[in-house]
Write a protein that binds this ligand. Structure first.
Ligand code: SAH
Ligand code: SF4
Ligand code: F3S
Length: 470
C-alpha cells in the first residue's frame, strides 16, 4: 500500500430518518471515500459536514433544523468547513435552506449524491480536491471559492446509483436498497415528492452486491424500498429476487421493508415460507383500521383486504411476527374510526407497531381537506396514547407467552450492563443475555427467560442443551 502524501480531506455524515436514508448516508460516505476523503466520526474533525435529513413529519424536521444551525456554528472558528444538508428535507426545502442564517453551503436532494465530489469542488475550487497536494484547510482562502452556495435538487428517473458502493460499517448485517422513490400517492405522504417515482435496481447487480457482501462476512441483509415488494425488472418480480437473495451462499437471514399490503402476493408468501434464510417477520403498514380513512389516505385497500393478506401470511408461516405503522388523527378521523383502528390492532395482534400522529406536509393532497376536518392536537395526542397503551398491552401478552422458547439469535453488540450482549431473533425480537464481546457477529441459541414486555432477557444454551434444538 502507498501512503497518502497530503493530509486527506475529512468528511462527516450524520443521518436521520428511515433505513433508506441510513443506507443513503452510507452511499455518500462510499462516494466520498472513493474520492479520497477520510470518513470521520465527529463534525469537529471534519472539513465537510453533511446532515442527511428526513421530511416525513414536522417534528422530525424541526429537530434537524436546530442541529443544522448548531453545526453551522463550526464555521465561526473554521470558515472553510463545508456544511451541507442532504436527503428528503433538503429536497423539500431546497434553496431556502441556503439563507436564514444557518450557514449552509450545500443543499442536495436524494438523487444528487453521485455529484457530491464535483459539488464540493465547485464550492471550494479545484485546489481543494483531496489528495492533490493543496495542503491543509487553512491554506484555502475563501477568495478561491468558485461558488459560495450550491443547490443540487434534480430528481432523476435514471438515478439508482448503479455502480457506486456504500461504505458499510463492519458487522454481519447490511442494508441493500433495491428500489428508490415511490409510485403511490398516499395523501398524507411527502416521500413521492422528495424522492420521485419508483425506480428499481437491476436484479443482477443486486445479487452481485449481495454475493460480495457475503464474501466479506455479511450474513444478514435487509432489502429496502418504499413499496419494496412492488419490485419488478425485466420479468423479475419481488418474489424472484427474494428467492435468489435467500439462496446466496453465506446469507443466513433476509429481511425486507416496507412492503405494501397490495403487493403481498401468494408467490412472495411462498418464498417467505419455503426459503430457510427469509426471516419469520413481516412489517405490514396498515395506517388505519377504518375504510373511509384508508380511502381518504389513498391506501388502495380496505380493512378486509388487509386482513386477507395477514391471513395469507399467517396460514403459510404460522409463527410469523408482524409489525405495522399506524397514523392517528388523519384529517376527518372520527372517534369511531379511531376505535376501528384499535379493533384492527386487537384482531391482528401485531408484535410491534410504529405509531404516529398525523403531521401535515405542505404540498400533499391531505392538506387540502376541509379545515374543519383537522383533528385538534389534544385529541390526536390522546388517541396516540390510547393506541400506544393497547400496543404495549398486546406486545406484553404475546411476549410473555414466548418465554421459554429457544431462539437463534444473531449477536449484535454489547448491552450497556456489565457482561450483557444484545442479539436479535429471526422474529426480530431483541434479547439481552450474559456473554462475551467475542460473540458479536455470531449466531447462537438462547432460551428466553423473562420479558420486559418489549424485549427479552435470556441465557445462551450450553452444548449439552443444544441437542435436539435444531
Ligand atoms: N413507504 C412506507 C412508509 C414510509 S414512511 C410505506 O408505505 O409503508 C413511514 C411511516 O411514516 C408511514 O408508514 C406512516 O405511518 C408514517 N407517515 C408518513 N407520512 C406521515 C405523516 N404525514 N404524518 C404522520 N405519519 C406519517
Ligand atoms: Fe408514502 Fe404511501 Fe409511498 Fe409509503 S406507499 S412512501 S406511505 S406514498
Ligand atoms: Fe424520511 Fe425520506 Fe425516509 S422523508 S422516512 S428519510 S424516505
Amino acid at each position: 500500500m502507498t501512503s497518502t502524501p497530503t493530509p486527506r480531506r475529512r468528511a462527516y455524515v450524520e443521518t436521520y430518518g428511515c433505513q433508506m436514508n441510513i443506507s443513503d448516508g452510507e452511499l455518500m460516505e462510499g462516494i466520498l471515500e472513493s474520492d479520497g476523503y477520510e470518513i470521520v466520526e465527529s463534525p469537529e474533525e471534519a472539513d465537510v459536514v453533511l446532515v442527511n435529513t428526513c421530511a416525513i413529519r414536522e417534528h422530525a424536521e424541526q429537530r434537524v433544523l436546530g442541529r443544522v444551525a448548531q453545526l453551522g456554528g463550526l464555521k465561526k472558528e473554521r470558515p472553510d468547513v463545508v456544511v451541507g444538508v442532504t436527503g428528503c428535507m433538503a429536497q423539500r426545502l431546497g434553496e431556502s435552506l441556503l439563507d436564514g442564517g444557518r450557514r449552509v453551503d450545500l443543499v442536495m436532494g436524494p438523487d444528487g449524491y453521485r455529484d457530491l465530489p464535483e459539488a464540493l469542488e465547485k464550492l471550494r475550487g479545484p485546489g481543494w480536491t483531496p489528495g492533490n497536494g493543496s495542503g491543509s484547510t487553512d491554506e484555502v482562502a475563501p477568495a478561491r471559492k468558485k461558488v459560495t452556495e450550491l443547490a443540487v435538487l434534480d430528481l432523476s428517473l435514471g438515478e439508482n446509483y448503479q455502480g457506486l458502493e456504500q461504505r458499510r460499517s463492519e458487522g454481519p448485517s447490511a442494508w441493500v436498497p433495491i428500489q428508490r422513490g415511490c409510485d403511490h400517492r398516499c395523501t398524507y405522504c411527502i416521500v413521492p415528492y422528495v424522492r420521485g417515482d419508483e425506480k428499481n435496481r437491476d436484479p443482477r447487480e443486486v445479487l452481485q452486491e449481495i454475493r460480495g457482501l457475503a464474501e466479506s462476512g455479511v450474513s444478514d441483509v435487509t432489502l429496502l424500498g418504499q413499496t419494496v415488494n412492488s419490485y419488478a425488472v425485466d420479468g423479475w418480480g419481488f418474489a424472484d429476487l427474494l428467492q435468489s437473495v435467500a439462496r446466496v451462499d453465506g446469507i443466513r437471514r433476509v429481511w425486507f421493508t416496507s412492503p405494501h399490503p397490495n403487493d403481498v402476493t401468494p408467490e412472495m408468501v411462498e418464498v417467505m415460507a419455503t426459503e430457510p434464510a427469509v426471516c419469520e417477520q413481516l412489517h405490514l403498514p396498515a395506517q388505519s383500521g377504518a375504510d373511509r380513512v384508508l380511502k381518504r389516505m389513498l391506501r388502495r385497500y380496505t380493512v378486509e383486504g388487509f386482513l386477507e393478506k395477514v391471513e395469507m401470511v399467517r396460514e403459510a408461516i404460522p409463527d410469523v411476527s408482524l409489525s405495522t405503522d399506524i397514523i392517528v388523527a388523519f384529517p376527518g378521523e372520527t372517534e369511531e374510526e379511531f376505535q376501528a383502528t384499535l379493533e384492527l390492532m386487537r384482531r391482528v395482534r401485531f408484535d410491534d407497531a410504529f405509531t404516529y400522529k398525523y403531521s401535515s406536509r405542505e404540498g400533499t393532497p391531505a392538506t387540502r381537506l376541509p379545515e374543519e376536518d383537522f383533528v385538534p392536537d389534544d385529541v390526536a395526542q390522546e388517541r396516540l396514547e390510547r393506541l400506544i397503551d393497547l400496543r404495549l398491552e398486546i406486545q406484553r401478552e404475546i411476549n410473555r407467552a414466548e418465554v421459554g422458547r429457544v431462539e437463534e439469535v444473531l449477536v449484535e453488540k454489547e448491552a450497556r450492563g456489565e457482561g450483557q450482549m444484545l442479539g436479535r431473533t429471526r422474529r426480530n425480537k431483541v434479547v439481552a443475555f450474559p456473554g462475551e464481546p467475542e460473540l458479536v457477529g455470531q449466531y447462537t441459541k438462547v432460551v428466553l427467560e423473562t420479558t420486559t414486555g418489549a424485549t427479552f432477557v435470556g441465557r445462551e444454551l450450553g452444548p449439552q442443551e443444544l441437542v435436539g434444538t435444531g
